[in-house]
Every structure is written in structure tokens, then in C-alpha cells.
Design a protein around this ligand. Structure first.
Ligand SMILES: [Fe+2]
Length: 170
């Protein structure tokens, strides 16, 4: 190996790092899927905050509390996803504009009824679940057990909340 090649490898390994046990290429699909989940989760988070503040009617106390609990869980998961992307050596640096363009979940008007808010949350859950499945499949394909476990935990939580919100609508 000549000196030039050696130096370029040296400077590259100084700047970039990769997740233990995997190459950048092996984890690229997981990072793309994590980034999409992150974008969707962030829009969902803002919707939950808005619903927490703006819900009205006889169910105010119950839903104000419930949306509050859910945005706390969502905030925790967002942080875990973003930090997981960092573990892969990539920066989750999406601007608010990029974020809303990438997200399939869209913002909604604040003047909707309590029932419409819950239906909106359920619609978001379907999209989030799909995005989680994409991450899970990419992680399974690569054999990335830690991402698989993190996402499985999120899915278990989401599926339970889905049952609860669905029951509330009946
Ligand atoms: Fe609050």
C-alpha cells in the first residue's frame, strides 16, 4: 500500500465511524428506514401536543391527560431513534421543512372534534406501524439485533395504544 492510500484511509477512519460489527453499506437501509420513522414520529409528536392543548368537550380531562402521556412516550422514542442513527455514524439533521416533506403523516387543523382527534391518532398509528416494520425488516435482513429489539418494543407499545384508542371510539 502506498503512502497516499494509507494516509487517506487514516484520515477517513478518523472522521467516520460505523456501528460495531457492520459496514456502512450493510446498515444503509436501516438508517434510511430509521430516518423515515423519525420524520413521521416528529410530525405525530407535534400533533399530539396540539391535541393536548386544543381538545374540547366533555372528554377534555381524559384526552388532555392521554395525549400528554402519549407525547411523552413519543418524545422518548424520537430521542432513541435519533441516537440510534448517530450510532450508525450518520447525523439526523433534518430541518423542520425537510422533516415535514419526508413525513407521510401530515399536520391537521386544530379546530377538529375530540373524536376526530382520536381518529387522526389512529390513522397516524397505521403509518408509524408501517415505518416501524420497514426498520424491523431492514434490521432482520442485516442481523442487527439491537435495532430489532428497540423497534419491537416500540411496536408492542404502539399496538397496545392502538387497542386502547380503538376501544375508546366504540
Ligand atoms: Fe401540558
Amino acid at each position: 500500500m502506498n503512502k497516499k492510500t494509507k494516509n487517506s484511509i487514516k484520515s477517513k477512519s478518523k472522521k467516520a465511524y460505523k456501528k460495531l460489527g457492520f459496514t456502512f453499506l450493510e446498515t444503509a437501509e436501516i438508517v434510511v428506514a430509521l430516518n423515515q420513522l423519525l420524520a413521521n414520529y416528529q410530525v405525530h409528536y407535534h400533533k399530539l401536543r396540539s391535541f393536548h392543548w386544543n381538545v374540547e368537550g366533555p372528554d377534555f380531562f381524559e384526552l388532555h391527560e392521554t395525549f400528554g402521556q402519549d407525547y411523552n412516550t413519543t418524545e422518548r422514542n424520537i430521542d432513541e431513534i435519533a441516537e440510534r442513527i448517530r450510532v450508525f455514524g450518520v447525523k439526523p439533521g433534518l430541518s423542520i421543512k425537510d422533516n415535514s416533506e419526508l413525513s407521510e403523516i401530515k399536520e391537521t387543523k386544530i379546530s377538529i372534534s375530540a373524536l376526530e382527534m382520536v381518529r387522526e391518532v389512529l390513522k397516524d398509528f397505521e403509518i408509524l406501524h408501517d415505518k416501524m416494520l420497514d426498520v424491523l425488516n431492514a434490521a432482520l435482513e442485516t442481523g442487527d439485533n439491537a435495532t430489532e429489539q428497540m423497534i419491537s418494543e416500540f411496536m408492542r407499545e404502539l399496538e397496545k395504544r392502538n387497542w386502547m384508542y380503538t376501544s375508546w371510539c366504540k
